[in-house]
Design a protein around this ligand. Structure first.
Ligand code: NAD
Ligand code: LMR
Length: 338
């Protein structure tokens, strides 16, 4: 277990973050780049002008994906690394995105992936601790509620955990909430920026519809149906893909969207706020160390963790259902590393 002030051990070096060389060189690495998410995510990162070097790693197929993506006519350099070249892939990374691991099949929960994905994520985090301890780490691999604590604990064991630099990517929940609310309210997703808080699985996903103008009037069955669809949107895709995996394209979009938000914050843009699952004080008094809430991203990564704001009575109930499940998932992740 780590102390709540663990960040102090590795406080970011501001002069380095602002140096002209770091402004010119932003290496982003994808671990699991050959997979269903990894491939389109790599393509979308190739389109991001804030990425100058794209490093693609997988235990299978990354050099091929890199050769392909490298022909896209944007400025960034692309390199692909096979399984034995993990250290080279990581070296000098500013941001590391992890979609490595197995996806669900129909009938499985995200927690059913724990046995396979926990060790994949732990081993990748151990390599990051050794080779790129100052990188910002974006965890996509499920179950996110457990894999993020696994990454944090692994870094902490190595003495390099900085809570400002570890993120669980929950952006797909925000993307879905926005899209689904737009559908039921007959508006545009751009007008439906729903904060989604908690974690990333079923009842731990808590959409705060009352905080959006098009969502606050929903009630009764239409409210319940929308909440259910946001909480279980992942199941819709798993079922439709019928054994061929889970969300990949929408996830790649969400992953690239979050990476871009972080890169904008790291580049000094102010006011970049988006929900993400981070080491958080919000429910620490209840023994819950990680929580997703709107977070301001800045030059050091996490700049400010925003409180949840005013909740409706229904949202209070959703939060009540979220907390014990989330606590269990987090403890499982921590126990795996301990
Ligand atoms: P996939 O099987 O298509 O791809 C996974 C890739 O990881 C494969 O290419 C595999 O070779 C690679 N891999 C396995 N072990 C590795 C290791 N040790 N190092 C590097 N690469 C390794 O799966 P996918 O559909 O891309 O999903 C990946 C993960 O993302 C799953 O765990 C899935 O549940 C999760 N996911 C999360 C979200 C989210 O919202 N956070 C959304 C969708 C999927
Ligand atoms: C999702 O929300 O689509 C992902 O977490 C993948 C899954 O297993 O549902």
């Amino acid at each position: 277990m780590f102390a709540r002030n663990a960040a102090k051990a590795v406080a970011p070096n501001a002069s380095r973050l602002f140096s002209s060389s770091s402004a010119r060189h932003t290496k982003v690495t994808v671990l699991g780049a050959g997979g269903g998410i990894g491939q389109p995510l790599s393509l979308l990162l190739k389109l991001d002008p804030l990425v100058t070097n794209l490093s693609l790693y997988d235990i299978r197929g990354a050099p091929g994906v890199a050769a392909d993506v490298s022909h896209v006519d944007t400025a960034s350099e692309v390199n692909g690394y096979p399984g034995e070249k993990l250290d080279e892939a990581l070296d000098g990374s500013k941001v590391i995105v992890i979609p490595a691991g197995v996806p669900r099949k129909p009938g499985m929960t995200r927690d059913d992936l724990f046995n396979t994905n926990a060790s994949i994520v732990r081993d990748l985090a151990a390599a990051i601790a050794r080779v790129a301890p100052e990188a910002h780490i974006l965890v996509i691999s499920n179950p996110v509620n457990s894999t993020v604590p696994i990454v944090a604990e692994t870094l902490n064991k190595a003495g390099v955990f900085n809570p400002a630099r570890v993120f669980g990517v929950t952006t797909l929940d925000v993307v879905r909430a926005s899209r689904f609310l737009a559908s039921v309210s007959g508006t545009s997703p751009s007008e439906c920026n729903v904060p989604v808080v908690g974690g990333h699985s079923g009842p731990t996903i808590v959409p705060l519809l009352s905080q959006v103008s098009h969502g606050k009037s929903l009630a009764g069955e239409s409210y319940d149906k929308l909440v259910y669809r946001i909480q279980f949107g992942g199941d819709e895709v798993v079922k439709a893909k019928d054994g061929a995996g889970s969300a990949t394209l929408s996830m790649a979009y969400a992953g690239a969207k979050f990476a871009n938000s972080l890169l904008r914050g790291l580049a000094g843009e102010k006011g970049v706020v988006t929900p993400t699952f981070v080491y958080s004080p919000l429910f620490a008094d209840k023994g819950i160390d990680f929580f997703s809430s709107p977070v301001e991203l800045g030059v050091n990564g996490v700049e400010k963790i925003h409180p949840l704001g005013k909740l409706s009575a229904s949202e209070e109930k959703l939060l009540e259902a979220c907390l014990p499940e989330l606590k269990k998932n987090i403890e499982k992740g921590k126990a795996f590393v301990a």
